[in-house]
Design a binder for this molecule. Structure first.
Ligand code: AMP
Length: 120
C-alpha cells in the first residue's frame, strides 16, 4: 500500500499537529491516545513510513525493527506498567479495523482488561 504522508500520525511525527508525548527516541514516538479505551491508552509509532505490521516486518531495517520494539517496552516502563502488566495491540488492515495508515502499537492498561476478544 502506498504510504499517505498526510495521515494524522505522519503529521504528528512532522510536528504539524501536537500530541501528548510520553516517550521519544530516534526510532519511535509514543503519545497518549486522543480517545482512550482504558485508563492508560498510549500509542507507539515508528519513525518511518510504514502503513502496517505487514509492511514494517518486511521492509524496515534491522536497526529500526529493534529500536522500535525496545521503544515499546521503554514506553511501558515510563508509564509504570511493568509490575501490573499491559496489553499490546497492533491493528493491521481491514479485518483488524485499522483506522490510521501508519503502524502503531496500542499500549492498554490501568485496570484488569478482561478477556482479549469479547465477541468472537
Ligand atoms: P487504529 O484503529 O488501530 O488505527 O487506532 C487509531 C487510534 O488513533 C485510535 O485509538 C484513535 O483514537 C487514535 N487517534 C486518532 N487521532 C489521534 C490523535 N490526533 N492523537 C492521538 N490519538 C489519535
Amino acid at each position: 500500500m502506498v504510504y499517505d504522508t498526510e495521515n494524522i500520525f505522519s503529521k504528528i511525527l512532522k510536528g504539524e499537529i501536537p500530541c501528548n508525548k510520553v516517550y521519544e527516541d530516534e526510532f519511535a514516538l509514543a503519545f497518549h491516545d486522543i480517545n482512550p479505551q482504558a485508563p492508560v491508552h498510549t500509542l507507539v509509532i515508528p519513525k518511518g513510513e510504514y502503513v502496517s505490521m505487514a509492511e514494517f516486518s518486511v521492509g524496515a531495517p534491522d536497526e529500526l525493527l529493534t529500536g522500535f520494539f525496545r521503544a515499546i517496552g521503554e514506553t511501558a516502563r515510563v508509564l509504570g506498567l511493568d509490575e501490573d502488566g499491559y496489553r499490546l495491540i497492533a491493528n493491521t488492515g481491514k479485518n483488524a479495523h485499522q483506522d490510521v495508515p501508519h503502524l502503531h502499537f496500542h499500549i492498554l492498561s490501568g485496570k484488569p482488561l478482561g478477556p482479549m476478544l469479547s465477541n468472537f
